[in-house]
Ligand binder design. Structure first.
Ligand code: 13P
Length: 393
């Protein structure tokens, strides 16, 4: 289903069930309403951001688009149809105990408005675990004319206010927008244009989200594709994330009601030297300290193609370092949370329990890592690289 179809279905849903979760119909944007409602939501935005990043908690990212989740389902022999996508997401959300480690789940639009095979809505299932639903609101990366080879811009600003208002009415309390730049030293990438465009899009998105009561997760990903060293990644991240914060400030975004979802500062996947976990941690913390204002409450890292075990080990090392910033440093992994779970499941009912155990193990490991208390290998995981060239959501 396309976004517009979801939105129509959602509008019908919202107007017919105003009583749902005690919410009323969303206000539709008018120029005069913009700029007024941030005041209304300010306390709620701060409370949501703090709840999502409270000690020992992180996010389960499962907002893969229909095509991307389809690739995963097909890898275990399941057809990419709505019924199978719903069964997969239901398996994740009904994992007993998940709410002890996971504070929020990032959903694709279909999932937010979906009913699980058990008859409950996905939102109801998450609510029972005290997991806050969030929604991916960008509509994907497109070629950026006039920039470097293969560079992109992130689409999704059109109709964003109304989509966010609908998502809030349905129960979502935060949103995500992922934009990405790639490093290629020979081609001088990323260009300043690509970073500027990415930062501006993130800032516009963030401000619109806050108007509707959704905490924006700001995700300026630096892709791991390439041969570059860790030092090059750090330099690009410093410039890119600083540009993002400059743009957030220009757009009057309230930083206390936002979260940042960056990559960890690793080397390119084809670089000859791979930094140690301690080096990843040291450089990640140094980079973040240089660019993130203290008012921003939490960093929720993406996994970006690194293995499940490495993602947990890196996060753990990051949290062992004394840092100047007051922000939480936690997880918002997709591949590094779900990969061994979906493999264990294999689309078979008899494996469901084992698959849920696997997800819970990764959730517990990452929760421990967010406190610097994870013992490598203490929970089952996969060490297999999860890197996919030119990965899309
Ligand atoms: P990965 O952890 O697979 O990189 O996904 C991150 C993400 O942005 C999903 O919301």
């Amino acid at each position: 289903m396309k976004c517009s179809t979801f939105a129509i279905a959602a509008l019908a849903f919202v107007s017919s069930t105003d009583a749902f979760m005690g919410i009323s119909s969303p206000q539709v944007s008018t120029p005069s309403s913009l700029g007024m409602s941030l005041e209304t939501y300010a306390d709620e935005l701060k409370a949501t951001a703090d709840k999502l990043t409270r000690s020992g908690y992180g996010l389960l990212a499962c907002d893969e688009s229909t095509g991307t989740v389809g690739t995963r389902l097909e890898s275990i022999g399941l057809e990419n149809k709505e019924e199978n996508r719903a069964e997969w997401r239901e398996l994740l959300f009904t994992t007993e105990g998940l709410g002890k480690y996971v504070s929020g789940a990032i959903l694709f639009e279909e999932t937010l408005y979906q009913t699980a095979p058990c008859g409950k809505t996905m939102i109801e299932i998450l609510d029972e675990q005290d997991i806050v639903p969030g929604i991916k609101v960008d509509t994907g990366l497109k070629p950026l004319a006039g920039a470097g080879e293969g560079e992109t811009w992130c689409s999704g600003l059109d109709g964003l206010f109304d989509r966010c208002a609908l998502a809030y009415a349905r129960g979502a309390r935060f949103a995500k927008w992922r934009t990405a730049v790639r490093i290629d030293e020979e081609k001088n990438l990323p260009t300043a244009l690509a970073m500027k465009e990415a930062a501006w899009g993130l800032a516009r998105y963030a401000r619109v989200c806050q108007e509707t009561g959704l905490v924006p997760i700001v995700e300026p990903e630096v892709l791991i594709d390439g041969t570059h060293t860790q030092a090059v990644t750090a330099k690009v991240q410093e410039e890119f994330i600083s540009t993002v914060y400059k743009n957030l400030e220009e757009n009057n975004v309230m930083l206390e009601g936002t979260l940042l979802k960056p990559s960890m500062t690793v080397s390119g996947v084809e670089c000859e030297t791979k930094p140690t976990p301690e080096e990843v941690a040291q450089m990640t913390v140094q980079t973040l300290q240089r660019v993130i204002p203290p008012a921003m409450p939490g960093v929720t890292f993406l996994s970006g193609g690194i293995s499940e075990e490495d993602a947990s080990i890196y996060l753990n090392e990051i949290n062992k370092i004394d840092r100047k910033g007051p922000w939480a440093l936690t997880f918002s992994f997709s591949r590094a949370m779900q990969s061994s779970c979906i493999k264990t499941w294999g689309g078979k009912k008899e494996n469901k329990e084992a698959a849920q155990k696997q997800l819970l193990a990764r959730a517990q490991a990452n929760s421990e890592a967010s406190k610097g208390e994870y013992k490598a290998g203490s929970q089952p995981s996969s060490e297999e690289s999860l890197y996919v060239k030119n990965y899309v959501y």
